[in-house]
Ligand binder design. Structure first.
Ligand code: AMP
Length: 218
């Protein structure tokens, strides 16, 4: 299967779309945000340092991020096809990724950009709630994605929580970081000829269909 990078501003739907591709086509979903949150959950000194960076909406230092990613890409399961969600965030990371893929003899990636307006993204971020137990994602501002009972997961009835970095202030920093650093990636991948844009403003189901069409999956 084709390896994919999903490139998008925060809350454009990367997480939801990756989950769907994983369930339908057995893609391995590698979210660098999730890898970092796992490291934070360990509560050691590295975890504490990472927590501070994430809560400020800043990027984790490239060298450390590359090491965390290479370790994950070294695991056997990625050979069947993987989706990178949240990496690369800047040009240096994109260049490191090429080196990592070569070193690990993994196939090159196809880059898919999820296109969504800033105002829509802000509402998605501040309204996003996740299930503590099964990871299901909700949005309290969207009637289609609101939990049936406030703060309770529809699927497993566990409590919902809000990510500590899902507030307006952090969103604006993260959005600006995306504009400042990630947009250079578009040129990088456009020049390489492996970039496609998908309109994701209508929600993740619509975007998923467009991606399936693009990759000839359905
Ligand atoms: P995400 O879950 O992708 O929204 O990422 C949450 C946070 O993790 C970001 O705001 C960054 O602080 C950090 N992060 C995730 N991926 C990267 C990366 N590739 N490089 C640096 N920091 C990252």
């Amino acid at each position: 299967m084709i390896n994919i990078i999903l490139l998008a501003a925060p809350a454009a739907g990367k997480g939801t779309i990756s989950k769907a591709l994983k369930e339908k086509y057995d893609y391995v979903h590698i979210s660098t945000g999730d890898l970092l949150r796992e490291a934070i959950a360990k509560g050691d000194s590295l975890g504490k340092k990472l927590k501070e960076v994430l809560n400020q909406g800043l990027l984790v230092e490239d060298q450390l991020m590359n090491e965390i990613l290479e370790k994950r890409l070294s695991e056997k399961d990625v050979g069947n096809g993987f989706i990178l969600d949240g990496f690369p965030r800047n040009l240096k990371q994109a260049q490191s990724l090429e080196e990592i893929l070569n070193r690990l003899k993994l196939n090159p990636v196809k880059v898919i950009v999820l296109d969504v307006a800033k105002e829509t993204l802000q509402e998605r971020v501040t309204g996003r709630r996740l299930c503590k137990n099964c990871g299901a994602i909700y949005n309290i501002y969207n009637p289609e994605h609101r939990p049936k009972i406030e703060n309770v997961c529809d699927l497993c009835h566990s409590e919902l929580y809000q990510r500590t970095d899902d507030n307006e202030e952090t969103f604006l920093t993260r959005y600006q970081t995306y504009l400042d650093q990630s947009l250079a990636l578009l040129d990088f991948y456009k020049t390489k000829g492996n970039l496609s844009k998908v309109d994701a403003s209508g929600g993740s189901s619509e975007a998923l269909s467009l991606i399936e069409e693009l990759l000839n999956l359905s």
